[in-house]
Design a binder for this molecule. Structure first.
Ligand SMILES: Nc1ncnc2c1ncn2[C@@H]1O[C@H](COP(=O)(O)OP(=O)(O)OP(=O)(O)O)[C@@H](O)[C@H]1O
Ligand SMILES: [Mg+2]
Length: 359
């Protein structure tokens, strides 16, 4: 007989018992039947209360309160009698054995086959994860408000700067021909730098809705390549672009789209310090009315450990990177109703795919 059981165990794993299922449940579970007897008590509850399942099983729930006395308005009992369910009960209010901890309890009615009340269940939730999430939301909201304030302030800095630049231009004319004109040029240069930093910040804080017009992708991409190619060639990077015939026009914000392409090309360039190749292809997905742009490089690709983070703002693996290139690019593409995906090529390097809806 013993032998037979062993054999059966060998052939197929035995099914878990109800108690094993309860113990494997990632929260505390305690169940009482209609007559308030405890019929379920899992390991999570054991650990939180110090009571053992064997000791409490079959006992009346009220007995657990001992001399302290059972509160007649206990939530689990109210759930059993009135059907009202509770959430976020503090554990120490539920049973005298709990010391205050980061958890809360909810109560639920259990019903039989024809809907009649058959018992009640208490679930003990670990609240730490939830509290962490709540904290993260509060932090994110604060950051968003600070971002808006900062964007407002930065925007206002532009007006006085414009006045300063205007008067510097006048001074420059007056000082023309004297050695001091050089100071004015330095100041104007510095102002221009401040302005471009402000512009970058404002684009980040508020990428803005794209001003879309129908463009021929081929023209647009070839323009960007012209801008970029000499820099690429200087670093030993060849660019090969191919365009599917009969590409339909696409609704795009030219400046924003250029920014996306430049971010991706720059990433490829930075990934290939010893030169390499960038392959760009534009294809039409006629079935889904989509345009697919893929940009592949022959660099080392993205290490698996950082792949999930590359679109996060300020995530960078570069000493001088800001970690905003892909973050901004994704915001722009999403504002265009598209998608951007970055993955490693099976053979080598990194592959960025931009999917855009057809006009
Ligand atoms: N073509 C690529 N090959 C390998 N890794 C890449 C590639 N493109 C992006 N990455 C990884 O993704 C990270 C984030 O890229 P992202 O463009 O957002 O920021 P960055 O290039 O580090 O800084 P920034 O673009 O703001 O100057 C990079 O630091 C790099 O680790
Ligand atoms: Mg970058």
């Amino acid at each position: 007989m013993q032998q037979q059981k062993k054999e059966a165990g060998k052939k197929g794993a035995p099914e878990p018992t109800l108690q094993q299922v309860l113990n494997g449940f990632p929260a505390g579970v305690m169940i009482i039947d209609r007559s308030e007897r405890i019929i379920g008590f899992n390991r999570f509850f054991e650990e939180a209360t110090g009571l053992s399942e064997q000791n409490v099983r079959g006992r009346h729930f009220r007995e657990l309160f001992g001399k302290k006395g059972f509160p007649e308005d206990h939530p689990l009992l109210l759930t059993l009698t009135t059907g009202k369910e509770f959430s976020r009960i503090a554990p120490e209010k539920f049973l005298p054995f709990f010391s205050p901890c980061s958890a809360y309890i909810s109560t639920h009615v259990l019903r039989g086959a024809s809907g009649e009340k058959a018992g009640a269940m208490a679930v003990l939730w670990d609240a730490r994860r939830q509290q962490e999430l709540e904290q993260a939301v509060i932090r994110a909201e604060r950051l968003a408000i600070m971002g808006q304030l900062a964007a407002g302030a930065v925007h206002e800095i532009r007006n006085p700067l414009t006045a300063v630049a205007g008067f510097l231009q006048i001074l420059k004319k007056e000082l023309e021909g004297t050695p001091r004109v050089e100071y004015v040029d330095i100041m104007l240069d510095a102002l221009e730098r401040v302005n471009s930093i402000i512009g970058g910040f404002l684009r980040l804080a508020k990428p803005g809705l794209p001003q879309r017009k129908p463009y021929h992708l081929r023209d647009l991409i070839e323009n960007v390549l012209k801008l970029w190619e000499s820099e690429g060639a200087r670093r030993g990077i060849a660019v090969n672009a191919s365009f599917a015939p009969g590409l339909p026009p696409v609704l795009l914000d030219e400046e924003q789209f250029q920014q996306v392409l430049l971010n991706i090309f720059n990433n490829a360039l930075e990934a290939m310090p010893d030169g390499g190749e960038i392959k760009l292809a534009v294809e039409i997905d006629r079935e889904d009315d989509l345009i697919r742009i893929t940009i592949q490089d022959t660099g080392p690709g993205i290490p698996e450990a950082v792949q999930a983070q590359v679109f996060e703002p300020f995530f960078t693996t570069k000493e001088t990177g800001t970690g905003l290139g892909l973050y901004i690019s994704r915001a722009i593409i999403q504002n265009h109703g598209g998608e951007i995906v970055i993955e490693n090529n099976p053979e080598r390097g990194c592959k960025v795919t931009i999917i855009l809806p057809q006009a």
